[in-house]
Write a protein that binds this ligand. Structure first.
Ligand code: ATP
Length: 299
């Protein structure tokens, strides 16, 4: 394999403004100076994996504009192979983020070019899929594009999905996931309304019954639960002083996917991923917070 990990997903410019309070309908408020950061779940995962030392490629679409260049620069600086990043067709995706003094975010996402990453783009990147040990996807791109990725997997390639933002998944996609990685909110949406018990272990087992080969439920500062044919068990978090949890889930997913591709058992890969997630919350930002292997070891 040429790549340890191929990430198929979104790339967004995050435009962040601090406000004293959110404007009501028809109202204008003055905010702080604008911060612009590279983001989007796909771009975040690729940077997190590359920083850990994984040979990483990104399949995504950005606009032929300044935000697209910002995102490509950030990928290349982290060591991601961006030959699979398509340029043009729509403006780069943007997340408009207001943060109030309590730290609560309000976010509007304009998917832009992410919405134009098509099944045809995935078919055209078949060589990239076949050259990758693990393929990781999220749902900030069209679901039919993720379906096409599942269909294009080589027999030995492992598929990892974080269904965020969540929506019900076709059985074909669920069956390919090894693992399906969800937080508690995503777990609820994937499972639908039926009651499955309150415990994370119950959720993990209920999700496993929907067809994935394995499931990971992330629980923020409480760590994660893992479920597979071998059983369900908790993975404790690493206690840290959390500064900013933005993008922790993307760092966790990238670390898990990479370690699984190296042949780690799910329990060992998850134990490593909680360390990476913990390291990521000790610094501000998403991509800016992702650790090197030395920083993970020092935790
Ligand atoms: P986000 O959407 O913010 O990226 P998420 O909801 O997808 O995150 P979380 O469950 O919040 O995912 O975090 C992923 C992992 O990161 C957790 O399973 C845990 O290992 C680690 N983590 C997150 N927050 C903390 C914390 N406060 N302390 C220690 N570890 C944390």
């Amino acid at each position: 394999y040429d790549y340890d990990l191929l990430v198929i997903g979104s790339a967004n410019a995050d435009l962040v403004v601090g406000v004293e309070r959110r404007p009501g309908p028809g109202e204008t408020v003055l905010g702080s100076e604008l911060d612009v950061h590279p983001g989007g779940k796909g771009a975040n995962q690729a940077v997190a994996a590359a920083r850990l030392g994984a040979r990483t490629a990104l399949l995504a679409r950005v606009g032929d504009d300044a935000y697209g260049r910002l995102l490509l620069d950030a990928q290349q600086a982290a060591g991601v192979d961006t030959a699979g990043v398509l340029v043009g067709g729509a403006p780069t995706g943007v997340a408009l983020i207001t943060v109030d003094p309590s730290g609560d975010n309000s976010i509007v996402v304009s998917p832009g070019a992410n919405g134009r990453l098509t099944p045809g783009d995935v078919r055209a990147a078949g060589g990239l899929l076949r050259a990758s040990r693990v393929v990781s996807a999220q749902l900030e791109i069209p679901l039919e594009t993720v379906v096409e990725a599942v269909r294009g997997l080589a027999p030995g390639t492992r598929f990892v999905l974080n269904p965020s933002p969540p929506r019900p998944l076709p059985p074909e996609v669920l069956r390919a996931c090894d693992p399906l990685i969800v937080n508690e909110h995503e777990a609820r949406v994937i499972l639908g309304v039926e009651p499955v018990g309150e415990e994370p272990a119950d959720r993990a087992r209920a999700l496993l019954a929907r067809g994935p080969r394995s499931v990971v439920v992330t629980l923020g500062a409480r760590g994660a639960w893992v479920a597979s044919a071998q059983g369900a068990f908790p993975v404790p978090a690493v206690p840290v002083d959390a500064v900013d949890t933005t993008g922790a889930g993307d760092a966790f997913t990238a670390a898990l996917a990479w370690r699984l591709g190296r042949g780690d058992a799910l329990a060992d890969a998850a134990a490593y991923a909680v360390r990476v997630g913990a390291a990521a919350v000790t610094r501000a930002g998403a991509q800016a917070s992702y650790p090197t292997p030395e920083e993970v070891a020092a935790l």
